[in-house]
Design a protein around this ligand. Structure first.
Ligand code: ZN
Length: 503
């Protein structure tokens, strides 16, 4: 870098640091709103949030940032993975995302989705798709327009996808998800035909909330979540939020007669938290200290939740502890418990789906929204298309649209292109885990002894420390030596099906 470029980089870093600070303040305000704010505080809180959002937007779209980026993009870097090159690339991306959409468009989209969410709540309650249909039509049109503003080459859906999963392509995701479907549909049928059935009722006995909290905190700490740089609070919709480099918080909801919810919920959020807690501190306030994408973030949470937390090896260590913590488990056998937490059952509702059927729920949404954005599927035909796919993938007949195409909030919020990131998370989790196993040897033997740090160290070294150095598809390749594939996940689900269902 020339001296002038150094100066420009310094100035740009300073502006971006200010934006990062404002974003983190708004995260803190939101965390408080969701965890502790008394109901009376909502009006003032809305004013605070709106003010902060306005300040952030004004700063993030300042023409000075555009000028500095233009100048800095002329810099020659020997290595495009140089942290400064990565930061410039990502700051450009953020700047474009914020400035490519005209102000009137942003306002119209925000107004429409705000009204559409209310319409969706009512439509779902009344099982009334026709009431939601005009909103879905309007949102689909707006999202097509949004894709055009961002620009695309092969299909408009790519532009929408890109805002959640930089660099991802619909055609590539389709190949992986369809590969998954072709294996999962017959696997699911085989599982359903198995005479072995788990006793899921074990998980619905009496599990006092305080005991759940104490137990799950011990487990989260044991896998490496640092409570000196984080905390666990209660909310209706669990989440993980980063307030700062040394302040990464998670939340959960304890349900007394459903021990699964908080236990796996906390493992999931702690997985997100471990990623955030181990981003490289020397790059704080820059993209080099941020997660790659939603899909890669989700790969971390799903790995701890499913690959680790639902394994027999994990429970060989933790089940005796769980039996001490909960009288409800006194006469339960280890195998019975682990079978119950690995139960597979086709269902209508995505958020309640098990590991095996979950990705079929995602594929279905991906196929429909992609076709809508392409113009191949009219919003009015969505319920019929949805129900057909549920029949084909799960063998189920959808009783009403509330349990069908109206179940998720995403479309009414304008989140089209978001669903695939959930599956990218599951697929990457399985592929990373398989590679970790290859590198580290017998992970299960470690889990049986309560040793989780080798896996965490592996994740830090291969994933966390890189921040946004790679795009998600590149990271998968760099870490595992292969592009994203469906095989590792299928292998893992087949192993489980054979272990528990004998198929
Ligand atoms: Zn998650």
């Amino acid at each position: 870098m020339t001296e002038k470029q150094e100066q420009n980089y310094l100035e740009l870093s300073g502006l971006q640091r200010e934006i990062s600070l404002l974003v983190s303040i708004s995260a803190l305000v939101e965390w408080d709103q969701r965890c502790y704010m008394p109901p009376g505080g909502s009006e003032h809180r809305a004013a605070q949030t709106e003010y902060l959002a306005g300040r952030i937007h004004a700063k993030a779209t300042s023409p000075r940032i555009g000028d500095l980026l233009n100048e800095l993009e002329a810099t020659r870097f020997d290595d495009k993975r140089d942290p400064r090159a990565v930061n410039i690339r990502e700051w450009r991306r953020e700047y474009d995302l914020r400035t490519k959409l005209p102000q009137e468009f942003v306002e119209e989209l925000s107004r429409t989705t705000s009204l559409a969410q209310d319409a969706w709540v009512a439509a779902r309650r009344n099982k009334d798709f026709p009431a939601f249909k005009p909103w879905l039509e309007k949102i689909t049109e707006l999202k097509k327009q949004e894709a055009d503003y961002y620009g695309w080459t092969v299909e408009p859906y790519d532009a929408l996808l890109d805002s959640y999963e930089p660099g991802a392509k619909a055609s590539e995701i389709a190949v992986v998800l369809e590969g998954l479907r072709d294996q999962l549909v017959p696997l699911l049928q085989a599982i359903q035909g198995s005479p072995r059935k788990p006793q899921v009722s074990i998980l619905h006995r009496d599990f006092p909330e305080e005991a759940q909290e104490a137990f799950v905190k011990r487990v989260a700490a044991a896998i490496g979540y640092n409570f000196d740089r984080g905390r666990l609070d209660q909310t209706t919709h669990p989440f993980c939020t980063s307030i700062g480099p040394n302040d990464v918080r998670i939340t959960t909801r304890f349900i007394r007669n459903h021990v699964n919810a908080a236990f796996f919920g906390v493992l999931h959020e702690a997985g997100h938290g471990l990623y955030q807690q181990n981003l490289p501190p020397q790059h704080a306030y820059t993209p080099m200290a941020e997660a790659v994408s939603l899909g890669i973030h989700e790969s971390q949470s799903r790995m701890w939740e499913n690959a680790v937390g639902r394994s027999l090896a994990f429970w060989k260590f933790w089940f005796p502890e769980a039996q001490k913590a909960f009288t409800a488990l006194k006469n339960v056998k280890l195998d019975e418990f682990v079978f119950a937490i690995n139960a597979v059952e086709p269902s209508f509702i995505r958020v309640e789906a098990d590991e095996t059927t979950y990705n079929l729920h995602i594929l279905l949404r991906f196929e429909l929204e992609r076709a809508m954005v392409k113009g191949d599927l009219k919003p009015s035909d969505v319920p019929g298309a949805w129900n057909e796919k549920v029949k084909a993938y799960f063998g189920l007949t959808v009783p009403d649209d509330a349990q069908g195409c109206l179940q998720d909030i995403h479309w009414s919020s304008g989140y089209i292109g978001y669903f695939p990131t959930y599956s990218l998370g599951n697929l990457n989790a399985a592929q990373f885990f398989a590679k970790a196993q290859e590198d580290l040897g017998d992970l299960e033997a470690m889990f049986e002894k309560g040793e989780f740090s080798p896996l965490l160290e592996w994740l830090k070294k291969n994933i966390h420390q890189h921040g946004k150095r790679y795009l998600s598809a590149e990271l998968t390749k760099v870490v595992t030596g292969k592009p994203l594939e469906s095989k590792p996940l299928i292998d893992c689900l087949k192993r489980k099906a054979s272990l528990w269902y004998g198929v």
